[in-house]
Design a binder for this molecule. Structure first.
Ligand SMILES: Cc1cc2nc3c(=O)[nH]c(=O)nc-3n(C[C@H](O)[C@H](O)[C@H](O)COP(=O)(O)OP(=O)(O)OC[C@H]3O[C@@H](n4cnc5c(N)ncnc54)[C@H](O)[C@@H]3O)c2cc1C
Length: 575
């Protein structure tokens, strides 16, 4: 940042463009904020650094964690603001000012209702997807997470081509999309799963117009559906979004942020924003240097599943103005597998809880409940990581029975995709390690054989008794969501006893980082001394997460990004 900008001496003339509210980024939080501000009479502009809009929000599951939402009421699932607050206070353990939690609980349902009533947002209740800590005080066995219904991409016209594609792990055969509810139905093989499979296949292949254009599914679900619905709402209002326009420097006048300098296809432009600038530019997960500086080590940018455009720019711009930062050593963690030839890591969401697999460290020892929320897995990896007992990376071990029945990373169950049918490139890269003995597998992975044999023997005993005496896998209702209900007495435990044995490397990955600029309950960025930087706002992953070090349930990242955007638009542009 140049000295004249920092000292507030910048010229008040010479602006290339002027708006009421400038929003940096184009994820769900950014777009929703643009809609709210526009509807309150503001002239709004969104700028996006990359050539695609949607950010990680478009790549995501698209779920929103909204306690006490109207869909719960409609489905007869009881919830109250008090219960939600009790839950949030319990799981955040004093790390988040109560005022922020109170505002979230009050405003999130209102935000959801607004976008549904006044826009194209159509969400459905995830009635069996539990809060991540359903047994905690105020926790719920389902309903607080909502996910998008399908959305027809044709409603976006050509604009669809400029939306970021879903994460590869969310597509069947790299092509077909389905909702999380549909995916769970198929995975659990609930009655009707065969009919659902053929419905998804025919939906895709019978879209002749779509197939003539390419392989991208136009029946959107998950994050693409969420961003599609929001983008359609934005298009209705003709709110401008400039792609390939990167925010570079904030401009300050008389101590107030009044705009910024952006780089648009190699050209510098100055954009004035009367009501301030909203930073919604994501975290720093794709910035390897920032990861190594702030996150626990070891860490690599290649371990993230999130958007490559999220390189911490907004955090750096805020820091240059003296903003405070928080939670920089934290992320929306999740164990990932790095598949050769794929440009993003895949998160092991389903695999980790299914029976017949374990996670071990380099000594071959288990050190966590593999079925616990993905955020907690990586926290346990780092908490247990020592020079004598490295846990980052860890290793997922499974046997032939698991391989036959369940998916793993890029592979379908062996019953549908046997080993001989695995892609040649992955065989050549020796991505999936395999051996007829546990000793042999340990050798392939470079881990301790005696430790692995002992861990497997102990797990096998737990599986027979249905009780994991070491880490309590399968005891929480959350664990069992991704278990196999046909396996009893514990749907998350089965012995590993059928050769060959398999293993893959598991990294401490993430869905995005959660550290960023410190904000108050109105999303205003504050300095290290707590004073407000006038005219500067931050939402989403460039702000220190309003959920603190925890993850309340599916949708716990995008729900707050959109809700604090709602709060700030109401306050800054008028109710
Ligand atoms: C596979 C996957 C599944 C997930 N599932 C869920 C889920 O179901 N529910 C949930 O709540 N969360 C989920 N997440 C996490 C969630 O997607 C992110 O936490 C969230 O989208 C972050 O929102 P954001 O607005 O901060 O950033 P983003 O949505 O990533 O948007 C930030 C945008 O800012 C742009 N940008 C960066 N720098 C600049 C700059 N200098 N100038 C202009 N633009 C810039 C980026 O290119 C990007 O487009 C998932 C993530 C992944 C990867």
């Amino acid at each position: 940042m140049s000295a004249d900008l920092r000292n507030g001496n910048s010229a008040t003339t010479g602006w290339d463009h002027s708006v009421d509210l400038l929003i940096v980024g184009s994820g769900a939080g950014a777009i929703a904020t643009g809609i709210f501000a526009h509807d309150r009479g503001g002239k709004v502009l969104l700028i996006e650094k990359t050539h695609l809009y949607g950010g990680s929000s478009a790549m995501s599951g698209g779920s929103l964690w909204i306690p006490n939402n109207y869909l719960m009421a409609a489905a007869g699932v009881p919830d109250t603001p008090d219960e939600a607050l009790t839950y949030l206070k319990h799981i955040t353990r004093g790390a988040v000012p109560e005022e922020k939690l109170v505002r979230y609980v009050a405003k999130a349902p209102e935000m959801l209702r607004y976008l549904t009533d006044r826009g194209h947002l159509r969400m459905q209740s995830m009635l069996t997807y539990t809060d991540y800590y359903p047994e905690a005080p105020g926790g719920k066995p389902g309903g607080r997470s909502v996910e998008p219904e399908h959305f027809d991409a044709r409603q976006l016209g050509d604009d669809f081509d400029r939306m970021r594609e879903p994460a590869v792990q969310e597509l069947v055969m790299g092509r077909m999309s389905m909702t999380a509810t549909e995916a769970h139905h198929l995975l659990a093989r609930h009655p009707g799963w065969i009919g659902l499979t053929s419905k998804i296949m025919s939906r895709y292949w019978l879209d002749v117009g779509g197939r003539m254009k390419g392989k991208r599914d136009r029946c959107l679900s998950l994050g693409n559906a969420l961003v599609g619905m929001l983008r359609r709402t934005m298009l209705d209002r003709q709110i401008p979004l400039w792609l390939e326009t990167a925010a570079r420097e904030l401009v300050v006048e008389n101590g107030r942020v009044v705009g910024l300098v952006a780089e648009q296809r190699g050209r510098k432009i100055r954009i004035r924003s009367e009501k301030g600038v909203v930073l919604a530019a994501g975290g720093f997960e794709s910035n390897d240097a920032m990861r190594k500086q702030y996150l626990p080590n070891p860490t690599e940018a290649s371990w993230t599943t999130a958007n490559p455009g999220n390189t911490g720019d907004a955090i750096q711009m805020g820091l240059a103005l003296g903003a405070g930062i928080g939670l920089m050593d934290d992320a929306w963690w999740g164990p990932t597998t790095v598949v050769p030839g794929e440009d993003r890591a895949r998160m092991l969401v389903i695999e980790k809880g299914l029976p017949g697999s374990i996670f071990v460290n380099k000594r071959g020892q288990r050190f966590l409940n593999e079925a616990s929320p993905y955020n907690d897995i990586c926290k346990a990896m780092y908490a247990n990581h020592t020079a004598e007992s490295p846990c980052v990376p860890a290793y997922m071990i499974f046997d032939a029975t698991y391989r036959k029945k369940y998916p793993c990373g890029p592979f379908f169950p062996g019953s549908q995709q046997p080993d001989w049918a695995l892609p040649k490139a992955l065989k050549a890269a020796r991505y999936l390690k395999k051996s007829n003995t546990l000793e042999g597998l340990a050798g392939e992975l470079g881990i301790d054989a005696a430790g692995l044999k002992a861990s497997v023997a102990r797990m096998n005993e737990f599986a027979r008794n249905g009780k994991d005496l070491d880490f309590h896998r399968g005891e929480s209702l959350f664990d069992r969501y991704y278990g196999d209900e046909k396996v009893q007495p514990n749907p998350c435990l089965a012995p590993l006893e059928t050769a060959p044995y398999y293993g893959i490397v598991v990294y401490a990955g993430d869905l995005g980082t959660k550290g960023g600029l410190e904000v108050d309950a109105s999303a205003r960025v504050v300095r290290t001394d707590g004073s407000v930087i006038d005219g500067l706002f931050a939402i989403g992953n460039c702000s220190a997460a309003s959920m603190g070090p925890t993850y309340p349930g599916a949708g716990g990242t995008i729900g707050p990004a959109m809700t604090f955007g709602y709060i700030l638009a109401c306050e800054q542009i008028g109710n």
